[in-house]
Write a protein that binds this ligand. Structure first.
Ligand SMILES: *Cc1c(COP(=O)(O)O)cnc(C)c1O
Length: 424
């Protein structure tokens, strides 16, 4: 980890060319690596030497961006995945087995809810949902001896609730399990969850980290701070049969969790991104601080404009003083709370659809969190698989419009909203 400030790390971390080598991170488009001796390859297989064996498990271009992201979050290591979904799946499966359970905030991304409540459930692992307005006692009632982690999102997509990371880290640690935080919307520019006691971070890099709507990807980052040797995690402490007896905690210390995720789960699942996708992610990360600043600034201006407009029934943006999460946002997101806003239009679902169809600059897309302003109606699209109760639990009303404010000139964004509202 370097001592540079985060803006410098976004540019410099992960790849340092030696004399005469390419200035920019090369795309190592190779599945395979060549060795001078069988003995060296044997050492690699025994995890006794550093290096690459096969691009299902690691690749030099991917490694460079992993190192950069680990540095940005302040972790000991990172593992890139082909999508945010793959990162969430592997972050959970790395420390859970059939018969166990985990506690999860209900206001998380709809895709993650499906993954946890349906697909992971079919593997015999139970998710127990909690909400932030429950008391500590009510939340703790969900834990038992088979609970293995707590999962939440820094800024929930699309409910925009701000996670009280310190509170949930304390609750998790009281029960000797780690707090896993999906930091997709905040990015390490706006919030660094490890500084508040979180143990493992996941991201959909598809969103702001890529930021240009061009590459689907995910990442898991390990803080190295959690003590796995507490009796609850034999998979990290006892010999791994599938890896001729490697013991992750004894052999890899602080990097035990992330090493297991790579050499066991990534080996078995094969969800490592391609070198070209890692190259694009690495390049786009260079401008992340500038983009997050502008996204946050533009979104606050749009949120204030909407709040003052009498055709709008409500606006939710954590940095508006009227937001129920304003105090949490001031604490965890001092620099801004990204570009995503939600609001309702008077006239409900019908007015929402008319408004969205009248927008010219802002496009209707499924995606959020890239350079271009976009809108979405979650209840009829991304969250349509959720039941009415799940929608309420996720904080999504039927009139909710999610706007992802881009980095265009904010005057143009507001003028577009104004002309669309005028058609109602
Ligand atoms: C989009 C998203 C995901 C899933 O990521 P993909 O890259 O689409 O697989 C997970 N968490 C959050 C908060 C997201 O916004």
């Amino acid at each position: 980890m370097s001592d540079y400030k985060i803006e410098t790390k976004c540019i410099q971390s992960g790849y340092t060319p030696k004399n005469g080598e390419p200035r920019v991170l090369p795309i190592y488009q190779s599945t395979t690596y060549k060795y001078d001796s069988s003995e060296h390859l044997g050492k690699l297989f025994d995890l006794k030497a550093d290096g690459h064996m096969y691009s299902r498990i690691s690749n030099p271009t991917v490694s460079a961006v992993e190192e950069k992201i680990a540095d940005l979050e302040g972790g000991v290591g990172a593992l890139c995945t082909t999508s945010g979904q793959a990162a969430s799946l592997m972050a959970v499966l790395n420390i859970t087995s059939a018969g166990q359970n985990f506690v999860c905030l209900s206001s998380i991304y709809g895709g993650t809810i499906n993954l946890f409540a349906v697909t992971i459930k079919r593997m015999g692992i139970e998710v127990r949902f909690v909400t932030q307005d429950m008391t500590d006692e009510e939340i703790e009632a969900k834990f038992d001896e088979n609970t293995r982690l707590v999962f939440g999102e820094t800024i929930a997509n699309p409910a925009l609730t701000v996670l009280d990371i310190e509170r949930f880290a304390k609750l998790a640690h009281k029960h000797n399990v780690p707090l896993v935080v999906d930091n997709t919307f905040a990015t390490p520019i706006l919030c660094r969850p490890f500084e508040f006691g979180c143990d493992i971070i996941t991201h959909s890099t598809t969103k702001y980290m890529d930021g240009h709507a061009s590459v689907v990807g995910g990442v898991i980052v390990d803080s190295g701070n959690f003590n796995w040797d507490n009796g609850k995690f034999p998979e990290l402490c006892e010999p791994d049969e599938s890896y001729h007896g490697v013991k992750y905690v004894a052999d890899f210390g602080k990097a035990a969790y992330i090493t297991k995720a790579r050499v066991q789960l990534m080996r078995d699942f094969g969800a490592l991104p391609s070198a070209i996708n890692a190259f694009l992610l690495n390049m786009n990360l260079e401008t992340l601080p500038l983009r997050m600043e502008r996204h946050s600034e533009n979104a606050l201006s749009v949120a204030k404009y909407l709040e003052a407009n009498d055709k709008i029934s409500w606006v939710n943006y954590p940095k508006l003083p009227s937001s129920p999460d304003y105090a949490l946002a001031e604490k965890y997101l001092p620099k801004g709370s990204c570009g995503v806003i939600s609001f309702g239009i008077k006239g409900g679902r019908e007015a929402a659809v008319k408004f969205m169809d009248s927008l010219k600059l802002a496009a209707i897309v499924v995606h959020v969190a890239d350079a271009r302003t976009s809108v979405l109606h979650p209840a009829s699209t991304t969250h349509r698989q959720l039941t009415d109760q799940q929608l309420i639990d996720a904080g999504i009303s039927s009139d909710l419009i999610r706007m992802s404010v881009g980095i265009e000139n904010v005057d143009d964004i507001i003028a577009d909203i104004e002309q669309a509202l005028a058609q109602l």
